[in-house]
Write a new protein. Structure first.
Length: 275
């Protein structure tokens, strides 16, 4: 995150916002800047990619499903926009630790012990590590002591749109993002790669709520896509994973998506039309 902070300082904050007597490396200034940058960045990613997905990928026929709520899109957006600032508070604390040099993020490819191959391997390990972490955190949030308080608001959207992707209770949203932030404190990761992965995971989170169930047939039971996550919203106890079905299969919570078996939301709507 220091790359983003340095760019913001150089192009905007130092020349136009902060007084010249306030040094760029002063902790409170960094925290304040990170809070603003994190909120603006999260909001921009959510609204930009959510809007693109909603208008170009999401099947608007799903809005006719009986479990699609009245004014649901507006409610999803409102819920997300209200939650994101609260989610950003602990997130900024972790970004601040990165900026102050406590993580294992590095600047140059030459700093990787294995060069470019190390960068590629770190991308793969990031995906598998975060997939594992999110699976167990997500499953933990379904425990009866936590579910009603923190995770149930996200399950309000049975037939979700891309805007449901970030419509979490703040505690739920932060907990499920923790693996992304923990990884660079445990393992070396290139800074630009980390920013790219951070954008990717936000886009992926939007994509599994977009109602587009198409997956190459060979990958249907490997990739955790929108079909799998829709069944999670509908049937509660299945498909907790983020990118892959691996941990659901290990944990005994995998369910073949109903849309792959002719019993999904689109099939339900088709049967309604035929009546």
């Amino acid at each position: 995150m220091d790359l983003v902070l340095n760019a913001a300082d150089y192009h905007l904050l130092t020349p136009y916002v902060y007084p010249s007597a306030w040094p760029e490396n002063e902790p409170f200034r960094q925290l304040l800047s990170l809070f603003v940058i994190t909120n603006l960045g999260a909001l921009a990613l959510y609204l930009l990619f959510g809007t693109l997905s909603y208008y170009f990928i999401f099947d608007h026929e799903l809005k006719k499903h009986p479990q699609f709520l009245e004014n649901q899109v507006q409610r999803e957006i409102t819920f997300a926009v209200r939650s994101l600032p609260w989610i950003s508070v602990p997130t900024v604390a972790l970004f601040f630790a990165e900026v102050r040099g406590y993580s294992k993020l590095y600047d140059n490819i030459e700093d990787s012990p294995y060069g470019w191959s190390g960068v590629i391997l770190s991308m793969l390990s990031f995906l598998f590590f975060t997939d594992m972490g999110i699976y167990w955190i997500h499953r933990f949030l379904h425990h009866k002591l936590l579910y009603k308080r923190f995770h149930k608001p996200h399950h309000l959207w049975k037939i979700s749109t891309p805007f449901a992707s970030h419509a979490f209770h703040p505690v739920d949203g932060f907990m499920q993002s923790l693996p992304y932030h923990i990884y660079p404190f445990l393992f070396p990761l290139h800074k630009v790669t980390y920013l790219g992965l951070y954008i990717f995971v936000n886009v992926w989170t939007i994509s599994i709520h977009d109602g587009d169930y198409r997956v190459p047939k060979i990958l249907r039971h490997v990739i955790n896509g929108s079909a799998h996550h829709t069944d999670h919203h509908l049937y509660f106890d299945y498909n907790y994973g983020q990118y892959f079905t691996l941990w659901d299969k290990i944990g005994g919570s995998y369910k073949s998506p109903t849309s792959f078996e002719g019993k999904g939301p689109h099939d339900y709507l088709r049967k309604l039309r035929e009546k």
